[in-house]
Design a protein around this ligand. Structure first.
Ligand code: ZN
Length: 1162
């Protein structure tokens, strides 16, 4: 470990040093006399000439695609016909194994691939056999959300039971489940909690559980277990722990690295944190968890049970659900249910779920309905221990004299709790946050309960059987008593959570948005790093040692990502210094990932000619510089001068499909030209860099260089940028037209190739802009979006506004890190009525910048861009908000709002963890804050004619408060604490940048009308592709072109599957087969998305042809076809071999495979 850490430190230092040197050089170069502007005459007809060129190219490409499409459909027909008469065709055997490197090819020239005709009728999404008993959206529609005082169970009712309900043959079975909830960071950092409490919990655990074989304990957070295991546990403690685990006295529940947030987390990150935890448990303890435990996340997503199911878990416990929903489920004895995916018509995805009925997971709210009674059985609160019962009656030590009275008192609570469930088995959690850290707490809890247990069990008249238990004990007893078929089926999710009154937890969807954005950036890096390093390892481009070194850096980064999935991490609900700690860890993780990516890229490009793998660390510079943990990253300025006239640009595509994009890099001079991987010049656009915080301005000696690139799936492609003779005419590079409004006082010093307009009058009318054949953007005189004119001439009004909320300020009724309690509807964000506006416009990219400054409110640098990208022909805008709430403001929440004529009524859709889209409804009967939902990745509004989709780079809160309207929170600054334990407001705002993509898609023909019961919907192919590109940007790397240049591309995958997400690719994982033997190898996870075919431009499919969920794995990566096995999501269970390594996925299916690398050696 020490060597690893040292080498890690070395890596990080090297990267930082290199970046620093680069920047010094870059900065110096900016001070050098600039090269004289070229004497290029910009004729008026330049634009039309570019346009016509572009049109020609497009036409050619389209023709090309049409031909390819025809061939493909002809081949499909042949395959189809041949199968009518023959048994299913076996795919031709793959060519003999060799390292295949395809050189770069232009759009659409690959051979058409044959699809197998696979019977998809068995897919859950196409089945209709199942019926739902509880649909959450229907329940929301039905119940009135009254808050009637229920007596001792305030949010419920007075529970009664009959004494004769139980008999000697039908006893009440009670499982007391001791637990300790350990947040990996909240009030203290992860490490500080460990030092102060968690370490002692483990030490006492092994000691105190040994005292009696009947004692049990459950543990959830693998991050803490691993820290104890590797830093403090003695050999004896390790042996004791292992024995307790084997005997079932300890159960590890869920076993994720953390207990993840379910609102803001992306499912791929969540799979990462589950894999990190499960792999650690298997590697170090040979242990595989069976039951889930998520008592503290603030609301629950239905993506979670699906992931847990895929890991092999059988049952799960949840707790923080809206009190009125709990009551409704309890009234119908539906607190235990089969949680099913909304799109599953077969029941294949069911996860058995137990929902706790009462207010909290602490002892006062887990033994039964009366907290005053239950608190008296929390023996940590015995007088003298520093914790008391707020209901006035402290616990009493159990002695012979009171055991009868005390035992009956708690039995009465257990019996009442049993009335809410279908079985005679009661789950009684016994624990709280960071409990069991002191030896005397173990003694007090266990010894007093042991007396109660013995007394009740020996009192036959009570017909009860009480014991300490684990979740496994509890669920086993439930399933023995009641058939799974007799439990209800539930679909939907549990957002937005309210714990009491109108306290809705919708604030944390947005709290600390800078770090939420950083989470997604890190996810993209971890994914890219694991995929490219796995490619390098599997293609044998690196030695075993190098492969392990790369693995270590990726694993380090993955653990930082996993840690941040904690329900106070990405949720934004930890204290300021704890967030800084998370962010520093994420910053290091980004640097480690970048280091691994650039090295792996180098090895892939050099292969197969690598002789000695050099010790040198940095081959390429990743063009995304994260300097500080709380600073928006910056771009490298490519400094070109006669001494260093050329630079190579590497683009790595970590997605499993070929992408077509317009990229932008920053160059130090406008006199450049761009060459494609074959060395041919390509068309490019130069624009000035518009920067600034409060005021806009042009950056000196920096220019945006934009040009279209094509990168194959999982491939690297190299373009180059060269300084050109500024005296010669360059027909390939064009210069943006620049318009500046409301800033006639600027003295603009742009090179004169830019056609600059700078009217003296204030802007008094709408402005428009367009890039080549892109949609036309219409903006108001205030610099805000007003309408979009689609390429086919259809005008869609989309009015953009910024609005702000204040908080209620009554005692115990204000917004904080968790809660959103506005004092009324939003008011307009009032910025300067004549903001500075700059528009840059060229053949590939057009951007409108607007500096919206609202004193005593916020400042927003708004940048709306459109791209000329024929592969995404629908109307699509990129919106980037760089914002800071004024530090002088006490309480303000800033939101961006779009108003459109779409007649969606009260229906809108938001995503769950980037995995699926769920139907939402605006409910008038609920307060404003209850109508906000998590927006982890996407939302849309639709009617019979159009759909407006918003994709986000940052998880944020969103609402649709009126028909046609969609609103997204941007940031929140709050001076008060909201009484949920944090003890501080949210005042650590930093400048933050969110990037959105706004899509307008129309219905080409009339679509089949949808059943109102359908609660899930799907993105179109265009929106899905755009979303993938937003979340997983091309990784841009730079290097100086020299004689030792590696090859100009690496492209191994023959598969391009836009409808399949390669969610994970681990190069070193462990698994257990049916016989219990452990094997090592690689692991991959795929998700096939289901796509909407009603909306959108069908031409997208020509550029992004669907795989239909078919992945011949040997066509994608270097694997042995006979070594592929189906596996669980976290790879700990290995299942059947995958014949011919041919993976077929149902729509919405997530499937993992294990690539065995040890069986052969054995
Ligand atoms: Zn917690």
């Amino acid at each position: 470990m020490r060597i690893r850490r040292l080498s890690a430190l070395f890596w990080a230092t090297c990267i930082i040093a290199f970046i620093f040197i680069l920047y010094v050089v870059t900065d110096l170069s900016l001070k050098l006399p600039s090269i004289k502007p070229a004497m290029v005459d910009l004729e008026d007809n330049k634009w039309s000439s570019f346009e016509s060129k572009l049109r020609n190219i497009e036409n050619e490409l389209n023709q090309h695609h049409a031909v390819v499409g025809e061939i493909k459909s002809a081949m499909d027909q042949i395959v189809e016909q041949s199968q009518e008469f023959h048994p299913p065709q076996i795919r031709p055997k793959p060519a003999p194994k060799q390292i295949k490197i395809r050189e770069f090819k232009v759009v659409g020239d690959e051979p058409p691939r044959m699809h197998r005709k696979i019977n998809m009728s068995y897919c859950p999404i196409f089945q209709t056999s199942s019926k739902t008993d509880v649909q959450m959206l229907s329940m929301y529609d039905r119940i009135m959300f009254d808050d009637v005082d229920g007596g001792v169970w305030k949010q419920g009712w007075n529970i009664e039971y009959k004494d004769n309900q139980w008999s000697s043959k039908n006893k009440l079975k009670v499982f007391i489940v001791p637990h300790s909830h350990n947040d990996p960071g909240w009030i203290k950092t992860f490490e500080n909690y460990y030092k102060a409490q968690t370490k002692a919990i483990f030490t006492n655990m092994v000691e105190k559980l040994k005292e009696n074989v009947g004692r049990k304990f459950i543990w959830a957070e693998t991050s803490y277990l691993s820290l104890w295991w590797t830093s403090d546990a003695t050999d004896k403690e390790k042996t004791d722990f292992q024995n307790l685990l084997k005997s079932g006295q300890i159960e590890i529940v869920t076993g994720g690295w953390v207990m993840n947030d379910e609102a803001n987390s992306h499912w791929v990150s969540n799979a990462q944190q589950l894999t990190t935890g499960h792999q650690w448990l298997l590697d170090n303890l040979g242990y595989i968890p069976k039951n889930g435990w998520a008592i503290d996340p603030f609301g629950y997503s239905s993506s979670q049970p699906y992931l847990l199911k895929l890991t092999g878990l059988e049952n799960s416990v949840i707790q923080r659900v809206h009190y009125r929903v709990k009551k409704e489920l309890a009234l119908n004895r539906q607190l235990e249910f089969k949680w099913r995916q909304m799109w599953d018509g077969s029941g294949k995805t069911d996860m058995f779920t137990h929902m706790m009925p009462f207010y909290s997971y602490d002892v006062p709210h887990t033994c039964g309905p009366d907290p005053k009674i239950c608190c008296q059985f929390d023996f940590k609160r015995l007088p003298g221990n520093g914790v008391t019962c707020p209901w006035g009656s402290p616990p009493r030590k159990i002695v012979q004299k009171n055991v009868d009275e005390r035992s009956f008192m708690i039995l009465d609570q257990w019996r009442k709790k049993a009335q809410l469930y279908r079985s005679n088995v009661v789950l009684v959690p016994l624990g709280d946050d960071f409990r069991y850290d002191r030896a005397n707490e173990w003694d007090n809890q266990y010894q007093n309960y042991e007396m109660i247990i013995d007394y009740i069990n020996s009192n036959e008249a009570w017909n009860a059987e009480v014991q300490f238990g684990t979740l496994q004990d509890y669920f086993k007893a439930v399933h023995e008593e009641i058939k799974l078929a007799d439990f209800p089926v539930l679909t939907g999710d549990f957002f937005t959570y309210a714990d009491r009154n109108q306290h809705y937890w919708s604030g944390y969807y947005t709290s600390r948005p800078f770090y939420k954005r950083m989470d997604r950036a890190l996810l993209a890096y971890v994914r890219a790093a694991e995929v490219i390093t796995a490619q390098a390892s599997s293609s044998r481009s690196v030695s075993h040692i190098t492969s392990l070194q790369l693995r270590d850096r990726v694993e380090h980064a993955r653990r930082a990502l996993a840690l941040f999935q904690h329900h106070d991490g990405v949720a934004g609900t930890a204290r300021d210094d704890v967030h800084e700690d998370y962010a520093r860890k994420m910053l290091t993780a980004i640097k480690y990932s970048q280091s691994a990516i650039q090295q792996a890229a180098y090895y892939l490009l050099k292969q197969p000619a690598i002789q000695d793998q050099t010790q040198e660390d940095v081959y390429f510079d990743v063009d995304d510089i994260w300097r500080k943990h709380d600073e928006i990253p910056s771009r490298i300025t490519i400094a070109l001068d006669p001494m260093s006239p050329s630079r190579r640009l590497l683009f790595y595509n970590a997605l499993a499909f070929k992408r077509h994009e317009v990229v932008t890099v920053i160059v130090s001079t406008p006199h450049v030209e761009v060459f494609d991987p074959d060395g041919s010049p390509i068309m490019a656009q130069i624009s000035p860099v518009v920067a600034g915080e409060k005021r806009l301005g042009f950056a000196a000696n920096k220019f945006q260089l934009s040009f279209p690139v094509v990168v194959d799936a999982l491939a690297i492609t190299v373009y180059s940028v060269s300084l050109r003779d500024n005296m010669a005419i360059n027909k390939y590079t064009s210069y943006s037209r620049v318009r500046i409004y409301n800033a006639d006082y600027w003295s603009v010093e742009l090179p004169k190739m830019f056609a600059v307009e700078q009217p003296a009058a204030r802007l008094a009318d709408d402005v428009t802009m367009q890039a080549g054949n892109s949609s036309r953007v219409v903006a108001t005189m205030n610099g805000l979006l007003k309408a979009v004119v689609t390429p086919d001439g259809h005008t869609m009004p989309v009015h953009m506004d910024f609005v702000q909320y204040d908080t209620q300020k009554a005692q115990d009724n204000n917004s904080g890190a968790y809660l959103f309690i506005p004092d009324g509807p939003a008011t307009p964000f009032k910025s300067d009525p004549f903001p500075e506006i700059v528009i840059t416009e060229g053949p590939f990219k057009a951007t409108l910048y607007s500096g919206l400054v609202g004193p005593k409110a916020a400042e927003v640098l708004l940048a709306i861009s459109v791209y000329n990208n024929p592969s995404l022909p629908h109307a699509e805008l990129e919106i980037s908000n760089t914002l800071l709430i004024d530090p002088q403001v006490d309480d303000l929440e800033l939101a961006m709002r779009f108003s459109t004529p779409i007649k969606n009524g009260d229906i809108f859709y938001t995503d769950l963890n980037g995995m699926q889209m769920i139907k939402r409804r605006y409910f008038e009967k609920l307060p404003l804050q209850a109508n906000f939902y998590p927006l982890p990745a996407a939302a849309f509004l639709q009617d019979g004619g159009a759909r407006l989709t918003l994709l986000t780079s940052t998880p944020l809160g969103a609402a649709a408060l009126r028909s046609g309207q969609l609103e997204v929170m941007q940031d929140r600054r709050l001076s008060r604490d909201d009484n949920r334990g944090l003890n501080q407001g949210v005042l650590d705002n930093v400048r933050t940048r969110h990037t959105f993509r706004l899509l307008l898609e129309r219905v080409p023909q009339v679509c089949a009308s949808k059943s109102p019961e359908q609660t899930s919907e799907y993105l179109t192919l265009g929106a899905h592709v755009s979303q993938q590109m937003l979340l997983q940007p091309l990784i841009t790397m730079h290097y100086s072109a020299n004689e030792n240049s590696p090859r100009s591309s690496y492209s191994r995958s023959l598969v391009s599957a836009p409808d399949v997400v390669l969610a994970a690719f681990h190069s070193h994982i462990a698994t257990k087969n049916k016989d219990g033997a452990t094997h090592h190898g690689m692991g991959m996870t795929f998700q096939r998305v289901h796509l909407d075919t009603c909306y959108g431009n069908k031409a997208v499919e020509k550029w992004y042809p669907l795989s239909e969920g078919q992945i011949p794995l040997t066509d994608m990566v270097d694997v042995q076809p006979d070594q592929i096995f189906d596996s669980s999501l976290t790879f700990v269970h290995v299942r059947n071999p995958v014949p011919e390594a041919f993976i077929a996925l149902c729509p919405m299916e997530i499937r993992s495979v294990f690539i065995n690398q040890t069986l052969k050696r054995a």
